[in-house]
Design a protein around this ligand. Structure first.
Ligand code: HEM
Length: 355
């Protein structure tokens, strides 16, 4: 039996989606700042108005291009269930629907802004301007999407990038409304002051808090084990099939003298049961980074006896692994592992039923 384990393709697309998301946000923020500068008629001999105009246009087009990469890679990646429709119809998806929905809303708005800009001559200045104002609304919606959806928010770099983007746009908007009449000026400045206050209140109990992935609407099978809060009474010390449980562990790869690749996935089982599992896959390395599997060994059992059940993989599709294992008394189990590989870290779920 030759099976194929796809270890490289999926994470590469997931990384591309995250990286291009961050770049899109930087470009979008730059476009908003340049738009405000252009609107204010700030210029100098070094930066004549048409240069600013062109820069704003090019950065905006770049932002939309990077967004296409961001969206396509998120859709093509098999890690999360995201359809192309979820990118244009807000709040309808299965993966973090509210927060992904904000992304779709921002994307729809930017699409409208881009299309009307390209058709400016046909639709007239007044209509174009009305739609163009929406880009001011799209930007904060996109920021909230990045913070609510991004896996990298708790890793400081994305938070730092987002904070820098917010600071730049905040400053540009502040200067823009400073010249307004006193009434609108004070109302707008009040709203502007509320932004950092809202961020300081929301972030620590939202995206920066433990358990956010679960609260944000990540499907259970993709939840990192560290983010799962078991419901009261579901924690069992026993290892008594049938059960469904969470997995967390690591993958190590090595190759032998004959050029065969060996992938060892060591997992801890928590939640619906307490135990351990080990999946070893051996075979020829594939050009794309996976392994064409020819031999396998699987062990499964309670933490006190992790090798109680032994067997092999009977089906493997990308990172969904089905194994059949038997104990010394001849009792057989079927274990359905749904794995998510991220670098060397492995997370996911397992459901175990008597065979
Ligand atoms: C103006 C529009 C958008 C901007 C500026 C934007 C930006 C971002 C940013 C900055 C992140 C965080 C990346 C990270 O964690 O490193 C992110 C995450 C994400 N975005 Fe968007 N996005 C937009 C629209 C969309 C749309 C329409 C989709 C629909 C497919 C989408 C799908 C995702 C997904 C799935 C993630 C999570 C990736 C992860 O786990 O980190 N985004 N986005």
């Amino acid at each position: 039996m030759t099976l194929t384990l796809a270890t490289a393709g999926a994470p590469a697309l997931w990384y591309l989606s995250r990286g291009s998301g961050a770049v899109s946000l930087i470009l979008l923020s730059t476009a908003v700042v340049l738009g405000i500068v252009d609107e204010r008629h700030w210029r100098s001999a070094r930066w004549p108005r048409f240069t600013l105009h062109g820069l704003h246009r090019w950065v905006s087009l770049f932002a939309v291009s990077f967004l296409s990469v961001h969206i396509l890679s998120a859709v093509l990646d098999s890690f999360a269930p995201i359809r192309l429709l979820d990118a244009v119809i807000p709040f309808a998806g299965k993966y973090r629907p509210l927060w992904l929905g904000f992304g779709a809303l921002a994307f729809d708005t930017l699409l409208a802004v881009t299309i009307t800009s390209l058709l400016k001559k046909r639709i007239g200045q007044r209509n174009w301007r009305a739609v163009h104002w929406l880009s001011y609304a799209a930007w904060p919606v996109a920021v909230v999407h990045g913070l609510g959806t991004g896996s990298d928010v708790r890793a400081g770099w994305l938070l730092a990038i987002t904070a820098a983007c917010v600071a730049a746009v905040w400053l540009a908007v502040f200067v823009r409304i400073w010249d307004a009449a006193p009434g609108p000026r004070f109302a707008s400045l009040g709203a502007l002051a509320a932004v950092p206050i809202a961020a300081v209140i929301w972030l620590p109990q939202g995206p920066l808090a433990k358990g956010w992935a679960q609260r944000a609407g990540t499907p259970a099978r993709l939840l990192p084990v560290s983010d799962v809060t078991p419901a009261a009474g579901t924690q069992r010390d026993l290892f008594s099939p049938p059960f469904s449980a969470y997995l967390g562990g690591s993958e190590t790869g090595s190759s032998d003298d004959f050029g065969d690749e060996r992938v060892d996935i060591a997992l801890r089982i928590t939640g619906g049961a307490q135990g351990a599992a080990d999946i070893v896959l051996q075979g020829q390395p594939l050009a794309g980074g996976g392994v064409s599997v020819q031999r396998s060994e699987v062990t499964l059992g309670p933490a006190s006896d992790p090798n109680r059940y032994q067997g092999r993989v009977v089906s493997l599709e990308n990172t969904d692994v089905v194994a059949e294992v038997t104990d010394l008394a001849g009792n057989s189990l079927r274990a359905d592992f749904r794995l998510a590989l991220e670098g060397r870290r492995v997370e996911g779920t397992v459901s175990v039923v008597p065979d």
